[in-house]
Write a protein that binds this ligand. Sequence first.
Ligand code: Y39
Ligand code: FE
Ligand code: FE
Ligand code: FE
Length: 230
Amino acid sequence: MQQLAAELKIDFQSEKYKDAYSRINAIVIEGEQEAHDNYITLGEMLPELKDELIRLSKMESRHKKGFEACGRNLSVTPDMPFAQKFFSGLHENFQKAAAEGQVVTCLLIQSLIIECFAIAAYNIYIPVADDFARKITEGVVKDEYSHLNFGEVWLTENFAESKAELEEANRQNLPIVWRMLNEVADDAHVLAMEKEALVEDFMIQYGETLNNIGFTTRDIMRMSAYGLTA
Ligand code: Y39
Ligand code: FE
Ligand code: FE
Ligand code: FE
């Protein structure tokens, strides 16, 4: 895997690489922090699953520390204000849903959308990462599959009562994901991560998950179309 980064002759120390990394690294650090906070909130909304959700939140804290080390390893200072702005749309929608006790919407935002985004981004990053970051990211992505699985299992078990809210939450949040992908495309390209690959991985993962939860192919086609206009 390491050969791809070498073949592409990625210069991890160039100013151009480090400048792009200061934003992507910040996005990942901010994302892991928000994922931590979101699982704590979900633990309060689902008291019978609190212990498991606290366990997930601790994994997210570890991920954050790992990615902070990746930035330090390249002598990059993450641009955290940029990252906070980057996440503000999903952040606000999660907060609003939590305040209204909409656990299904919260699960869709964190455990389906954000986790699928993470899985796509980390899988695309691993072959083009520096050696240090690759080892860290390989460990992290395994955890993200287990977080996606948590949301998938809960929503499968509660599918009938959740279906309408899931469709509405998808309609409100999927366009935000496409805007985020567009916003990060140029920086991702500098890291040898192509937007087309990110979109493809995201859609495969997200569509497969919706299918496992109980949506029909027809539902998934309709739900995926939201955001194409973003
Ligand atoms: O559950 C999690 O750990 C998710 C918070 C992390 C999301 C990280 C978002 C990655 C997007 C990076 C875009 C790079 C092209
Ligand atoms: Fe994580
Ligand atoms: Fe996660
Ligand atoms: Fe190019």
